[in-house]
Write a protein that binds this ligand. Structure first.
Ligand SMILES: [Zn+2]
Length: 192
């Protein structure tokens, strides 16, 4: 596991933890067992605290403090599988006198924005990294996503022109729209 960024100042700070799905994490179907996402989220919260200089053991031993989850809501959008590399992002959403609210997203690491696209953005950056750039307000996110959008529409027009010229536009349009509507989002959310 590797902590790749620390919670810091900014409009949407996020901590990112990457981890691998092992056999012990999966169910009989080779998918991550649903309760194990909570363990991944817990590890990410612990590593976020560590990156900020807080050790949970030291907090307990020296300060007599402990952290407990009071409320948790999870949405499962797409399954993670054996051997997948996942990125757990943790973001502070509210800070109380004796409580914190966190939003956590678990997504497959390493996938490009569009697996069929050959633009520079999709060849250079993962979805998780693009999301990190966007949430951190980095201008590179806007530049990379604009490049992807221009490439996408350019390819769409070239394909449509070729389909019209060959008299197969109806079949092309149905196939393209079918693929676009089946794009998966691939993330889960866990709030504490
Ligand atoms: Zn692209």
């Amino acid at each position: 596991m590797t902590a790749t960024s620390a919670l810091g100042a900014g409009p949407a700070p996020a901590h990112a933890l990457t981890l691998r799905v092992y056999y012990e994490d999966t169910d009989a179907g080779g998918l991550v067992y649903h309760a194990n996402y909570l363990k991944f989220a817990e590890r990410a919260r612990t590593e976020m605290l560590r990156s900020l200089g807080f050790s949970q053991r030291r907090l307990g031993e020296a300060e007599g403090l402990g952290l407990a989850v009071r409320r948790c809501r999870a949405e499962f959008l797409a399954p993670a599988r054996l051997d997948d590399a996942l990125c757990v992002e943790t973001r502070l959403t509210a800070l109380g006198a004796a409580s914190v609210a966190l939003a956590q997203t678990i997504a497959r690491e390493g996938r490009p924005l569009d697996e069929e696209c050959e633009c520079r953005c999709c060849r250079s950056f993962t979805r998780a990294y693009l999301r990190h750039l966007y949430m951190a307000g980095e201008i590179l996110a806007a530049r990379a996503l604009t490049e992807h959008n221009l490439y996408f529409y350019g390819r769409l027009m070239r394909e449509a022109q070729a389909a019209i010229a060959s008299g197969t536009f109806t079949a092309y349009a149905e196939s393209r729209l079918g693929r676009l509507s089946s794009v998966e989002t691939g993330s889960e959310r866990d709030e504490n």
